[in-house]
Design a protein around this ligand. Sequence first.
Ligand code: KG4
Ligand code: ZN
Length: 332
Amino acid sequence: MLILGIDTSCDDTSLAIIDEKRNIISQVVSSQVEFHKAFGGVVPEIASRKHVELIDPLFEEIIHEAGITPKDLGLISVTNGPGLIGSVLVGLCFAKGLSLALGKPLAGINHVEAHAMSIFLEKELEFPFIALVVSGGHTIILLIEAPCSYRVLGTTRDDAAGEAFDKIAKYLNIGYPGGRIIEEYARKGQKDYIIFPRPMMDNTANYDFSFSGLKTAFITYAKKNEISNANLAHVLASFQEAAIDVLVFKTLAAAKDHSVKRVVVGGGVASNNRLREVFGEKGKNEGIEVLFSSPQFCTDNGAMVASLGYFYFQKGITSPLDVKGYSRMAIR
Ligand code: KG4
Ligand code: ZN
């Protein structure tokens, strides 16, 4: 059986075809970064217009690349939230049209859940495990006890971690999206140049995060002190270290407290090499295995949506044709 996965939740138009064993048959991710760069962030109206322009030709492209016809697809899986609603609806309506025209089942998928389960594209994993999804829109810790069975342990109370990276990069005018650019600078910087606060880290009552406070601490520092070419890398390395410390500490605490020996990390920020390094070291000290998807499956992609849709399909769960799109959406 071949499964089509579509994700248009934000600024990437992503489609993939996988088989039942979760092998990638063909995939495409068309980034819109070029169109949003000038604005220092994603402009929702531009994003949805670009999805409208791109989705048809990209679908043709992956069908051609897979050497199949649309009739060969067995399941149409699509992100129906959370995300920019105009963008979500482009993918969702396209998927509904295909499902109706082909007479094939439809699976409406939660984008955050898809990130949390993206590891299955590369590895078979036993349950339970802890998943940290850390992206531009979400920072969430889940206890995953079985396929499609989740408990939310902690979430951000304000900004997502990736959002803090992006907003700081925007403030400094060093480019967009901020995560990868900050990582590049930080590589050459001194991590303890400034000790920024680690918000919520000492709060052992829950596994929640707050990245808005860290962002404000950074901007307050930048207003009071001159940031020049001489110290930019140091200041960014110090910020990155603070963000990473909190992510690693709270996620490993959640694993220990729930006696879970395995953690998976997904979402765009999970491609950060320093995050991978610190997680690896600290996890090892605690006897916890920490797994990361490869970078192509950390950032938004259609394959993770196809894969999760197939998990639901195997449980006999599909979506009706009137399934709605949502900008906010709880994990079920
Ligand atoms: O998962 P994703 O592609 O889209 C969302 O669902 O948000 O994540 C994008 C986010 C952006 O905030 C971007 O700055 C961040 O991931 N990001 C990184 C890195 N690469 C991407 N953050 C830190 N370090 C990176 N190397
Ligand atoms: Zn995402």
